[in-house]
Structure formats: C-alpha cells, structure tokens
Design a protein around this ligand. Structure first.
Ligand code: UD1
Ligand code: CA
Length: 449
C-alpha cells in the first residue's frame, strides 16, 4: 500500500482578531481545540507523518495534537516560510499536504478528493479552491483549461484578476520529491514581503509541471478569525454531530437544542430529550434515555439507564445498567451499580454505590470539609432514607437501612438499621395557643416601630 501524505498544519499566525490570550487554534469547537479537529481529520488519511507549525510561545499547542510533533516558525514570514519550518519532517515525504489549523470543519472526504485529483492529473501541486461571498481577502486562482496557472494574492492582483471568484482555500497537496526543491526557490518580492506558499504553483509551472485544482464548499473551508466566526463554526459542527447521532441510531426529540462534544459516544436506541448539553468524555450505551435539561460531562452510562430531567452528571461518573437518576440530582466522581436509584434532589460525590441501592430524596454525601475530599461507600441493596447526610469518609454496608433525616458519621454494618434523629415532642391542642402567642408578639413588635 502507498504511504500516506506527510501533513503539515500551519498554526503560527497570531490570531489577533480573536482578542484572546489563548492561541487561536486552541479555541474549542464542540469542546475540542480547532487544531485538534484538523489533526483528527488528517489522521483519517493515515498520514506518514503529521506536524503542526506554531509560533514561539505557542508550545502549548503541542499538548492538543500529541503525539504528533510541532515545529516552530521563528518569525511569521509567510505561509511558504511556515512550511519550511517543518522541513526536517519533509525529507522523505511521498506527498506533502498543507492544511491550516483554523479550519475545523474541513472533512477527510474533501482532502481525499484533492489528493486523488493531484495523482490523476500527475500534477506537481493541487490546490483546493472555493467561492466565498466576499473574495477580497483571498488569493485568486488563475486557471487555464482546467489547470491552475498561478495564484495571485489580493494585494498583488490587477483589476482583471480581482474579478476572479474562485479563491484559494489554503489546502495544498505537493508531490513529495518536489516539495523542498520548490519551497527553497520561494522569494519574498511581493506586496507583503512574505514567502507565499501560493507561489509554488507558478514555480512548478515554470519547471514544466502541471498544477491541478478542485472546488470545495465555502461552509467547510471558511477559516475562523473572530469570535463571531467561531460561533458559526460551532453551530455548523453541532449540526453535523446531531445528524451523525441520528444516523447512528439515536433519537433526538429536539435536535437543535442538544449540544454534543466532538467525542460524545452514543449507543443504539438512545433517546435524548430537549436542552441536553454534553461536555467532553461522555460514553452512553444502548437503550439509555436522557430526559430534558441535563448537563452531562465526563460520564459513562451503561445500557438501559434513565437520566433526568434536570440532572447533572460531572466527570468521573459511572452509571451501571438500568440506573435511574432523577430530577435535580448531581453526581460527581461516583459509581452507581446496576439498578441503583437516586430519583430526586440528591448530591452524590466521591461515592461508590452498589447495585439496587435506593438513595432517597435530598440525600447528601458530605464529601468535603473545607480541606480534603472523602469517599462514601454504600453496599448492594442498601436503603438511604430521605434527607440523610452521609459524612465521609463513611461506609454503609450491604442491605443496611439509614433512617430519613439521619446524619451518619459512623460506619453502618451490613443489614443494620441506623437512625440518628431526636425524639419528637408533642402537645395535643397546642397549635391554637402557639398561634395566639405568635400573633401577640408580632403586634407588639409593630407598635414599637
Ligand atoms: C492565505 C493564502 C491565500 C488564501 C488564504 C485562505 C498565502 C500567501 N495566501 O492568505 O491565498 O486565500 O490563506 O485563508 O498563502 N501562517 C503561519 N505562518 C506565517 C503566516 C501564516 O503559520 O508566517 C498560518 C496562519 O496561522 C494560518 C495560515 O497560515 O493558519 C494562513 O495564514 P493567513 O495569514 O491567515 O493567510 P493569508 O496569507 O492571508
Ligand atoms: Ca437529625
């Protein structure tokens, strides 16, 4: 099998229009940094290598694309110079594919189409074009008989060239043995004084090679330069993720109101109600129902479970088969065994809860004392009555019963009944007397004012 392309993702730009301390390509779309989307798309091509070019001080981009290496472009001297910054990775490339780190919506299908076009045409270079509504900031394709002659940047274009609607989207495939030779011939005698990657086309033509192009969709190729464009990319990505979820067998009752992370995994016959938000790291098995208004982050949910409405599952949550989590229940760093239930108004944090346990309304695991966090362990089939507080670290044994309202600070052995509750006092017919006393007191207070 032929070796895949060597992919170079350019990300050394300042991204000033984002007005952010964070490098532009680290801004997330569907919970994943833009550049990680581009890297994931490139990975689908089984690249021989993948390297991301960043600027000095942007080394934090490396973590988001690990284990792929980064190369550092010392000064922003243009897209051609940026590719050269990765030269150590290009030496034995069969094909070089240059992408930008700020196009998170780019698809592998489009990249495959570009690579195929270059090979079919036996071209030295193939470039991806698009027709943006406003072509003014883009390089224009000067074509001839279906082949690309050169790319002229807006600032260097004449009036005739400025009328061209077919623009450079920034994705370029280069024949591997020619890549470094052509890159080394780039010059910066242009309007910006930069080394333009786009000049490779004219250079290749000069040495008798053909250059090809294909056209792609604007929605997919639009680069993200501002927060407004980031929001548009988010909307487009969410649309894609919703469609994919439905195609894979999930029912979304009101798709427009469900927000996924790029890594959300759903089984078959999962039903998701309206207004549900998924953070990173969620995996849901078959036949799970998520009712409306849930916020689910870093949770694994086994088959047949029911969650919500209005539940919050935080990172480290593991729900076993057929678990029920009801309204206004928050779960964090806890596991619930098969068939366990917490149906109303509870906080379950740092807890290991066995199978078939019933967590009553208002139960709180008191896991934090202002300094440390401690665990609560509850055995199978235990029953924790409403409004009980479990002061961690604490254990409730299998089959034990904790009375409603109890504050449990000591271990409850298996099959024991623990009730911590003061005796109830009672005065028969005392209510009228108490009302009269309270009324008199309120009137006396009013007179004083
Ligand atoms: C470039 C293209 C233009 C194309 C447009 C599409 C060139 C000369 N021009 O325009 O034809 O229509 O993209 O958006 O290639 N970058 C670096 N180092 C640099 C300069 C840029 O890493 O020194 C990176 C940026 O981070 C960005 C990408 O390259 O990801 C494109 O740079 P940008 O300045 O946005 O593109 P233009 O030069 O305006
Ligand atoms: Ca009490």
């Amino acid at each position: 099998m032929a070796k895949g392309p060597t992919v170079v993702i350019l990300a050394a730009g300042a991204g000033t229009r984002m007005r952010s301390a964070l490098p532009k390509v680290l801004h997330p779309v569907a919970g994943r940094p833009m550049v990680a989307h581009v890297a994931a798309t490139a990975e689908a091509l089984k690249p021989a290598r993948l390297v991301v070019v960043v600027g000095p001080g942007q080394e934090d981009v490396a973590a988001s694309v690990a284990p792929h290496p980064i190369a550092i472009q010392a000064l922003p001297r243009g897209t051609g110079d940026a590719v050269k910054a990765a030269r150590a990775h290009l030496k034995d490339a069969s094909e070089v594919l240059v992408l930008y780190g700020d196009t998170p919506l780019l698809t592998a299908a489009t990249l495959r189409r570009l690579l195929a076009a270059r090979r079919r045409r036996k071209a030295a270079v193939a470039v991806l074009g698009f027709r943006p509504a406003d072509p003014s900031p883009y390089g224009r394709f000067v074509t001839d008989g279906g082949l690309l002659q050169r790319i002229v940047e807006s600032r260097d274009a004449n009036a005739e060239e400025l009328k061209i609607g077919l623009c450079n989207a920034g994705v370029m495939a280069i024949e591997g043995s020619l890549a470094l030779k052509l890159l080394d011939r780039l010059r910066n005698d242009n309007a910006k004084g930069e080394y333009y990657l786009t000049d490779l086309v004219a250079l290749a033509r000069k040495t008798g090679h053909d250059c090809a192009f294909i056209e792609g969709e604007v929605e997919e190729l639009q680069g993200i330069n501002s927060r407004a464009e980031l929001a548009m990319a988010e909307a487009a990505m969410q649309k894609r993720l919703r469609l994919a979820a439905m195609e894979n067998g999930a029912t979304l009752q009101d798709p427009e109101t469900v927000y996924f992370s790029a890594d959300t995994r759903l089984g078959r016959d999962v039903t998701i109600g309206p207004n549900v938000v998924f953070g990173a790291g969620v995996a849901i098995a078959d036949n799970v129902t998520i009712r409306g208004f849930c916020h689910i982050d870093g949770a694994r949910i086994a088959a047949g479970a029911t969650v919500g409405p209005f539940a919050r599952l935080r990172p480290g949550t593991t729900l076993g088969e057929d678990v029920h989590i009801g309204n206004f229940v928050e779960v964090k760093a806890s596991s619930l065994g098969k068939g366990a239930k917490a149906n109303h108004l509870a906080y379950v944090g740092d807890a290991s809860i066995g199978a078939k346990v019933n967590i009553g309304a208002g139960v709180i695991t008191v896991n934090y004392d202002g300094f440390g966090k401690y665990r609560t362990e509850i055995g199978d089939n235990a029953f924790v009555g409403s409004n009980a507080s479990l002061i961690a670290p604490v254990k409730v044994g299998a089959g034990a019963i904790v009375g409603a309202g109890s504050v449990i600070a000591h271990e409850v052995p298996a099959e024991a009944v623990a009730v911590e509750r003061s005796a109830q006092s009672m005065r028969e017919g005392g209510a009228p007397k108490l009302r009269a006393r309270n009324k008199a007191r309120a009137e006396a207070a009013k007179k004083k004012r």
